[in-house]
Design a binder for this molecule. Structure first.
Ligand code: NDP
Ligand code: GDR
Length: 381
């Protein structure tokens, strides 16, 4: 990782207001991205670099390689053609580190994407999830204030449709009440309100993107979409017999991550800080995600609706083969049954429009997983 010291007139802390208007500050196009090694972080970095930003990313020290999603973007700064991507070690649990990185990088825009983002895992690591996803957001907001950048730096918070949880009305929009159903959702609720509070209390430009599920070939393997598309590819190639799943009846509003990172960026270019839903306005069951994934590869599938295999799917070939079974381990102590978002506000005010449809998303993921299962491309995540 290479630290970039921008030739700033501030020294380590603050003083920005004397030297810059907020407009000229924004024009510097310096972004700081936490969670840069994740699915969204990698797509957002691509987008920001393509728009001429200098991008600083926070990465965790790990004994195993954790920057594979950024590999194609990384240029050694000693090379002949370095780019404007810089990585900094840090962690949302380390306040002093965050202050130091913000002070050194002087970002005009901060995107807080870092999180323990797995809902099921959050039941097993509730305290840690609260620390990172909840208090971690507070630490980052405070780091911006400590550096005297609260009137200059714009802040994006990765909020989530998990805030709605036990939904009271459908579709969900910015005015729908919250009722989170997991330690992850509760931690994100704290972060959501801290983001609103810093806007109201200190006049900071802080915005929440309330994003519904979004997926891609770079999605982590333990989220349901990627677990399914990888398994379908492996079953197709005869490398795996069967996939073990949890609740097939859950309904989600699934979009493509590429569309959603564009919405994040638009939120920080808006004239006012605000909270926006990004969603597709369609909902599908996990079950239909499975059937669609198999159908991309023209594999006929039947749902076996009785007996021992009450929830199983069978490949409709001769001899028939059970390819999907249920394992109660994958059920959650409390489930979010139905998510369906209404993105009207973002469409009208940010001119945000998704480009990817449901079938295109699933096809993109399945085809990518077939390529990597065949060993034609490296699986980066
Ligand atoms: P990922 O799980 O793919 O990425 C999470 C990122 O956070 C990784 O870079 C991870 O680093 C980093 N991270 C985890 N813990 C810490 C920590 N303690 N300190 C610093 N960094 C940490 O998530 P997505 O890209 O899918 O999601 C991005 C954000 O958006 C998350 O906050 C998520 O909760 C939220 N969100 C996601 C949605 C989705 O459908 N994808 C929908 C709504 C919200 P490492 O690589 O080292 O593990
Ligand atoms: P979610 O995503 O919890 O919505 O959170 P996930 O893909 O994990 O689950 C979606 C639904 O599928 C059901 N399910 C299974 N889930 C997993 N992971 N594995 C299984 O085997 C399985 N079988 C059924 C789940 O019960 C659930 O109903 C994601 C994350 O990206 C969050 O960070 C983000 O905030 C929300 O989306 C919006």
């Amino acid at each position: 990782p290479i630290y970039n010291h921008p030739a700033s007139v501030w020294g380590l802390f603050g003083g920005g207001l004397d030297c810059h208007t907020s407009e000229s500050w924004l024009k510097r196009k310096v972004a700081f991205v936490t969670g840069i090694t994740g699915q969204d972080g990698s797509y957002l970095t691509e987008l920001l670099l393509s728009k001429g930003y200098t991008v600083h990313g926070l990465i965790r020290r790990s004994s195993s390689f954790n920057t594979s999603r950024l590999q194609h973007l990384w240029r050694d700064q000693h090379s002949k053609s370095p780019n404007k991507l810089f990585l900094h070690y840090g962690d949302l649990t380390d306040s002093a580190n965050l202050v130091g990185v913000i002070a050194r990088t002087q970002p005009s825009e901060v995107y807080n994407l870092a999180a323990q983002s797995h809902v099921k895992v959050s039941f097993e690591m509730a305290e840690y999830t609260g620390d990172v996803d909840g208090i971690g957001t507070l630490r980052l907001l405070e780091a911006i204030r400590t550096c005297g950048l609260e009137k200059l730096t714009r802040f994006y918070q990765a909020s989530t449709s998990e805030l709605y949880g036990k939904v009271k009305c459908t579709p969900q929009n910015e005015d729908t009440p919250f009722h989170p159903r997991s330690p992850y959702g509760v931690a994100k609720l704290y972060a959501y309100w801290m983001t609103v509070n810093y806007r109201e209390a200190y006049g900071m430009f802080t915005s929440n993107g309330i994003l519904f599920n979004h997926e891609s070939p770079r999605r982590g393997r333990t989220f349901v979409s990627r677990k399914i598309t990888r398994a379908v590819a492996e079953i197709y190639l005869g490398k795996q017999d069967c996939m073990w799943m949890g609740n097939l009846d859950a309904k989600r509003d699934w979009g493509h991550a590429k569309d959603y990172v564009e919405g994040m960026w638009r939120m920080l270019q808006h004239e006012q800080p605000d909270d926006f839903v990004l969603a597709t306005g369609e909902t599908h069951t996990v079950r239909s995600l499975i059937t669609l994934s198999f159908s991309v590869l023209s594999i006929p599938l039947k749902w076996v609706g009785s007996g021992l295999d009450e929830h199983a799917f069978r490949m409709d070939i001769s001899p028939p083969k059970i390819v999907v079974r249920i394992d109660p381990r994958y059920f959650r102590p409390a489930e979010v049954d139905l998510l369906l978002g209404d993105p009207t506000k973002a469409e009208n005010q940010l001119n945000w429009k998704r480009r990817w449809g449901w079938e295109e998303l699933v096809r993109d993921m399945v085809e990518s997983d077939v390529r990597s299962a065949k060993g034609l491309v490296e699986d980066h995540n």
